[in-house]
Design a protein around this ligand. Structure first.
Ligand SMILES: *[C@@H]1O[C@H](CO)[C@@H](O)[C@H](O)[C@H]1NC(C)=O
Ligand SMILES: *[C@@H]1O[C@H](CO)[C@@H](O)[C@H](O)[C@H]1NC(C)=O
Ligand SMILES: *[C@@H]1O[C@H](CO)[C@@H](O)[C@H](O)[C@H]1NC(C)=O
Ligand SMILES: *[C@@H]1O[C@H](CO)[C@@H](O)[C@H](O)[C@H]1NC(C)=O
Ligand SMILES: *[C@@H]1O[C@H](CO)[C@@H](O)[C@H](O)[C@H]1NC(C)=O
Ligand SMILES: *[C@@H]1O[C@H](CO)[C@@H](O)[C@H](O)[C@H]1NC(C)=O
Ligand SMILES: *[C@@H]1O[C@H](CO)[C@@H](O)[C@H](O)[C@H]1NC(C)=O
Ligand SMILES: *[C@@H]1O[C@H](CO)[C@@H](O)[C@H](O)[C@H]1NC(C)=O
Ligand SMILES: *[C@@H]1O[C@H](CO)[C@@H](O)[C@H](O)[C@H]1NC(C)=O
Length: 429
């Protein structure tokens, strides 16, 4: 029983110790390469086109290496950024992609951990390193893939960029190099973007951009900056298609279908937003949305937009779809009714004009209007007697019903009924 409870407590304590040690030592970064325990690191850098390889060693004895687990804490921050990245690594190197950064500050330290418990036995002080890259003359690089096969990238030229430079754009994708098809230029004829079309993208293979700033006065290679990303993460989808409104089970439902995409088209990959006039935008994962009110107060428009969310992280929303209109049932009825009435009126008007014209024609011929025929007269008379018969029959049925009322006051009611019938003079045999 005691063992069962002790073990987790120990674990918690050791976790706590490690955690506090880790954070305090990170916070109090000493610039010295050597600490009291006599461990130290040497840091160096090798540069390859788009990346910087940061390497280090330790001066542990073989015995120590055998006995303990050796780990390194690496912390680095790009110039002019606030975000500090911290990692605990087992290997003695780290590949850092500079992208559009002009350098970084890095520091590393060694930790000796007990093999079983991973408790920290010993750790070195920080060894720091600053890497300064050549100047970067562009910023705010942003790229999108849209309408399946279109690709746009734009960037800003920093003010400190030399006057006689031009910017060139190319990329590598699935082992092939592509040059920019059409540059977007600013007023000073500098390239500030690239527009490409009819591009086929492999959604999960990286696009490696190469943006080169060249000095136009001399033939030197210029400065190249590199950035890589997966096509799916920069895809701007077309708006959802076939957006429609229907009435199901007495509620209004908006339906749509996902647009085509370069990546996975599984329905769970899409996140939609529905916007209905004057209402808050709602997130929807299904391909339909039930209008939460029985009937809209007035005619309102529904629009839907989409992005990939679950399968791949993507921040770019599509444009809103063309609005579809939700009519309240009443509005539809009134509109239909007025339309029908309008048509009817026109029809009747037409008929009247026709009839009028025809009548005038007849008048010209001066045919006398015939008297009502005897047939009509007899028919009218027959109808009158028929009508009277029906009345008396109705009266009979009525009195029968009243007679069927409960016993108490029954006589009185019958009497009243009788009197009323008599008074109204309907009681003819
Ligand atoms: C590691 O290097 C530091 C500084 O050079 C030295 O003081 C320490 O004794 C060395 N440790 C080992 C195990 O060699
Ligand atoms: C960026 O940081 C570097 C080094 O810390 C500094 O020399 C440079 O002036 C900074 N640039 C800007 C635009 O803040
Ligand atoms: C461009 O990027 C800089 C820093 O990299 C930022 O301060 C600035 O606001 C950005 N400009 C635009 C228009 O996004
Ligand atoms: C989208 O792509 C299709 C087919 O490639 C093309 O016909 C259409 O014009 C494009 N739409 C836009 C807005 O570029
Ligand atoms: C892409 O660039 C072209 C050319 O400048 C422009 O016409 C188009 O609107 C851009 N498309 C997007 C989605 O930014
Ligand atoms: C990047 O582009 C420049 C200019 O076109 C070229 O000189 C350089 O070799 C390219 N870099 C890579 C890695 O392809
Ligand atoms: C040629 O380009 C290099 C590298 O960009 C630069 O250091 C050098 O000053 C340039 N030479 C001239 C004559 O502009
Ligand atoms: C969208 O609507 C059109 C025309 O009504 C139809 O041909 C097409 O199959 C529909 N697409 C989907 C994905 O339902
Ligand atoms: C309508 O409601 C019934 C019961 O609530 C349900 O079984 C049916 O699937 C619904 N029909 C539609 C089209 O939503």
């Amino acid at each position: 029983m005691a063992r069962v409870t002790v073990a987790p407590v120990m674990l918690i304590i050791s976790f706590f110790q490690r955690k506090t040690l880790f954070s305090t030592s990170l916070a109090s970064g000493q610039p010295d390469a050597v600490d009291d325990l006599g461990l130290h690191n040497i840091l160096w850098i090798t540069k390859h086109e788009s990346r910087v390889i940061l390497s280090w060693n330790n001066n542990l004895t073989e015995e120590e290496t055998e006995k303990y687990t050796v780990k390194y804490i690496l912390s680095y921050k790009f110039f002019n950024t606030t975000h500090e990245r911290k990692e605990r690594l087992q290997e003695k190197k780290k590949i850092i992609r500079l992208e559009l950064h002009s350098g970084f500050n890095a520091k590393v330290k060694t930790q000796l951990l007990a093999k079983e418990t991973e408790d920290i036995i010993k750790e070195s002080g920080w060894t720091e390193f600053t890497y300064k890259a050549p100047p970067v003359y562009i910023q705010n690089l942003s790229c999108i893939i849209y309408n399946i096969s279109f690709f746009n990238c734009t960037w800003h030229i920093k003010t400190e960029a030399p006057e006689d430079t031009q910017i060139f754009f190319s990329y590598r994708h699935v082992g092939k190099d592509f040059e920019c098809q059409q540059y977007i230029k600013n007023a000073r004829k500098k390239n500030i973007g690239c527009h490409m079309k009819e591009i086929y993208f492999q959604p999960s293979r990286k696009i490696n951009l190469n943006i080169t700033v060249r000095d136009l006065r001399n033939n030197s290679g210029g400065l190249s900056y590199y950035k890589a990303f997966v096509p799916q993460t920069i895809e701007k989808l077309n708006p959802p298609i076939n957006v429609s409104v229907s009435l199901e089970n007495r509620s209004i439902i908006i339906h749509w279908k996902p647009p085509p995409t370069i990546g996975s088209a599984r329905s769970k990959c899409f996140l939609y937003q529905v916007k209905i006039t004057d209402r808050k935008i709602v997130d929807v994962t299904a391909e339909k949305y039930e209008y939460p009110f029985h009937k809209p107060a007035k005619k309102c428009a529904a629009q839907v937009r989409v992005k990939k969310d679950v399968c791949i992280r993507n921040k770019i929303w599509s444009e809103w779809s063309e609005p579809v209109f939700i009519h309240s049932e009443k509005t539809v009825d009134v509109m239909l009714l007025s339309l029908t009435l309008f048509c009817l009126l026109i029809f009747l008007g037409g008929l009247l004009i026709c009839a009028f014209r025809r009548y005038r024609c007849l008048e010209v011929i001066t045919t006398p209007v015939p008297h009502p025929s005897d047939n009509i007269k007899t028919w009218l008379a027959a109808d009158e007697t028929h009508h009277q018969k029906q009345m008396s029959m109705q009266m009979e049925m009525h009195s029968e019903v009243t007679m069927g009322t409960p016993e108490e006051n029954g006589d009185e009611i019958i009497l009243k009924q009788w009197r009323r019938l008599k008074a109204s003079g309907l009681e003819n045999p």
